[in-house]
Design a protein around this ligand. Structure first.
Ligand code: PRX
Length: 636
């Protein structure tokens, strides 16, 4: 462990020296004056005064050496389309997109909201924003209109880029009505909405505000748009993520620190070299997509594979077919995808030549031991779990094989990554936990380059949300429980807040509760996450009705359950849909009125809720037990 320990120690004890060296990995148009500005904690500014550009580093910089190498390989099993773009072609497409955006008035510092499915134009749009110095905010295509509207109002974009439709599992999802509804709900009215017409939507819906991309692309076909050289700490993007409150937070990322952190991670964690091919099976709407479908592989000169489709269509061998066909060296996904594949015919894995694949990376949710053992035996390649968050942008815990190939321990994503002063703390006292003792995973100040710089438009929320849970100490809380062993390996034990993780998607139970409460039959609701063998967790809702008598009959309750589920679909999107809705007469609460969600979750998982000295009325627990038992017996 010596090499790893020494490497990590240096990054914490001498961060300026450590990151000054790493900063050489990217191009600086103007060199930075100060590596780290700690004058305003908990805010940290990296590479102050340095001027750079993410698009230049991801694309332009490679043209001299690798113009003809594939930069982006696109495969859609939804439409049957496959396309390849060399670095030179990617450069041309980004310039066209940037010129179109510029013609629509987009300039440095403006926000551009990107609501797109997994199509190459999403990559062009994100990198075109980076080129122009505009701030992209990608909203996952699975979010419904009200969620989109909330993000429009928070980011106040100068432009929205969308498509006629998305597709999933063979089903076409019309985007135009969703965007229509979102714009009608939002207070902010962006001057333009640019539409990529995939000719997928069943009907040609036209709205007066829509500008079609294709004719403009033709008009600007030969455009060259110079890169805006941004100060390292200007924002590159805003990505919304869920937390304890019903209102998602806009995680803001900088430019220079992010580029440096990603470039370094490609060597030390992912061992990706220029010319390699990387396939990250995620979505551009999530942080894994931002960092490891787009920015990191391109900054490091790799070929990135972008895939639109599910892991089981046309059959459960599709991912492995991609590995064989495109000679993929590095693959990255979430454990959920593997749990889905585990149920498929094992012959599908053996059918393809996987000799190009070096390592499979996993992140986003706990990797359970059966899934880890299954995939490790089936592939015979290293499986590297890594733990991080939208907020950090790149891994906090991992076996850093490019530093030292420490052995993996089943159930643990590994040891703290260089740059992160990661400790486990007692929730009440803030003291560092002993080995084997459960605590909250925290990070010391300053966060390393690449981590969030603030909450969009709300510096105070950044401080109060993340830096205030341990009294009198400058500590960032991850809101995850963990336990660390004698060798420094950490195991993640779940969230300390009301965030749940369904199939690798991070959801706030408060958001789901707010959606359900909007139904007029609902008086009160609690949503909790419970363990699920396939999805990791699923959401369960416990509802108190305004007029329970009206819904006394099983049939009426079933109908209401369906209505509540579709309310969640409409307000948030199907990803947030609760697996079940249970009806109770009362919810367990403390005497001060706080919902005892952890006790409800324990009961739903068949665990003992433990001592609850502050509970207002213990019979509420029996209500929950009865509802669960009735549901298990087939009734609602
Ligand atoms: O609870 C942790 C869990 O996912 C949360 C972050 O989710 P998100 O912001 O969507 O970012 C995902 C980036 C990979 C964390 O707070 N989580 C993430 N990775 C792991 C994990 N839990 C266990 N093991 C992991 N490897």
């Amino acid at each position: 462990m010596t090499r790893y320990r020494e490497f990590h120690r240096r990054s914490i004890e001498a961060p300026e020296d450590f990151w000054r060296d790493e900063a050489r990995r990217i191009h600086w148009e103007t060199p930075f004056e100060t590596v780290l500005d700690r004058s305003n904690p908990p805010f940290a500014r990296w590479f102050v005064g340095g001027r750079t550009n993410l698009c230049h580093n991801a694309v332009d910089r490679h043209l001299a050496e690798r113009a003809q190498q594939n930069a982006l390989v696109y495969v859609s099993t939804e439409t049957g389309i496959e396309r390849r773009y060399t670095y030179a072609e990617l450069y041309a497409e980004i310039n066209r997109m940037a010129a179109v955006m510029r013609s629509l008035g987009v300039k440095r510092g403006d926000r551009v909201l990107i609501y797109l499915p997994m199509i190459p134009e999403a990559v062009f749009a994100m990198l075109a924003c980076a080129r122009l110095g505009a701030i992209h905010s990608v909203v996952f295509g699975g979010f419904a209109a009200p969620s989109l509207a909330a993000r429009i109002d928070d980011a106040t974009p100068a432009l929205i880029v969308t498509a006629d439709a998305g597709a999933r599992g063979g089903k076409v999802i019309d985007y135009t009505p969703l965007v229509d509804e979102a714009l009608a709900r939002a207070k902010h009215k962006p001057p333009h909405v640019l539409r990529i017409d995939r000719q997928l939507a069943p009907e040609r819906l036209n709205a007066s505000y829509l500008v079609d991309y294709e004719p403009l692309r033709e008009q600007f076909f030969d455009a060259h748009v110079p890169c805006e050289w941004l100060e390292s700490n200007e924002p590159s993007y805003v990505l919304y993520t869920s937390g304890t409150t019903g209102r998602p937070k806009g995680v803001v990322r900088d430019v220079g620190g992010y580029a440096v952190a990603l470039a370094a991670s490609m060597e030390y964690i992912y061992e990706g070299r220029a010319g390699d091919t990387m396939f990250t099976a995620s979505d551009i709407g999530w942080v894994v997509g931002h960092s490891y479908i787009i920015y990191a592989p391109l900054i490091a000169g790799l070929t990135t594979v972008m895939y639109e489709g599910t892991p089981i269509r046309p059959d459960g061998g599709i991912w492995w077919r991609l590995v064989e066909q495109h000679r993929i060296n590095l693959m990255f996904t979430a454990p959920t995808g593997l749990r889905v594949l585990k149920k498929q015919d094992p012959a599908l894995l053996k059918k393809y030549n996987l000799s190009s694949l070096r390592t499979l990376f996993l992140a986003g949710e706990p990797l359970d031991e059966p899934t880890a053992s299954w995939i490790s035996d089936a592939l015979g390649k290293p499986i590297v779990d890594n733990y991080w968050q939208t907020e950090t942008g790149w891994p906090m815990l991992a076996i850093q094989r490019g530093v030292e190939a420490l052995p993996a321990k089943l159930g643990s994503p590994g040891v703290p990554v260089y740059g992160y002063d990661l400790t486990l703390r007692n929730e009440q006292t803030g003291e560092v936990c002993a080995a084997g003792e459960k605590g909250v995973i925290t990070l010391g100040y300053p966060l390393p380059p690449g981590c969030m710089s603030t909450v969009w438009g709300d510096d105070r929320r950044f401080v109060s949300t993340y830096w205030s849970s341990v009294p009198d100490q400058q500590l960032y809380s991850t809101f995850d429980w963990g336990i660390q062993d004698d060798d420094g390996y950490v195991t993640i034990l779940g969230r300390t807040d009301d965030v749940i993780n369904v199939a690798g998607h991070r959801l706030g139970t408060r958001e789901i509760e707010e959606a359900i409460s909007s139904h007029k039959a609902v008086a009160e609701v609690a949503v909790v996450g419970v363990a699920d063998p396939l999805k990791g967790q699923v959401a369960l809702a416990f509802v108190v009705l305004r007029d329970a008598d009206r819904y006394a009959a099983d049939k009426a309750r079933l109908k209401l359950e369906a209505e509540l589920v579709s309310t969640v679909d409409r307000q948030l999107g199907a990803i947030a849909r609760p697996a079940r809705v249970h009806f109770v007469a009362m919810l367990p609460k403390t005497r001060s009125g706080k919902l005892l969600r952890r006790a409800i979750a324990a009961l739903a998982e068949g665990r003992d809720p433990g001592d609850l000295p502050t509970i207002e009325d213990a019979s509420a627990l029996q209500q929950v037990r009865d509802a669960l038992a009735a549901a298990a017996g087939g009734k609602t």
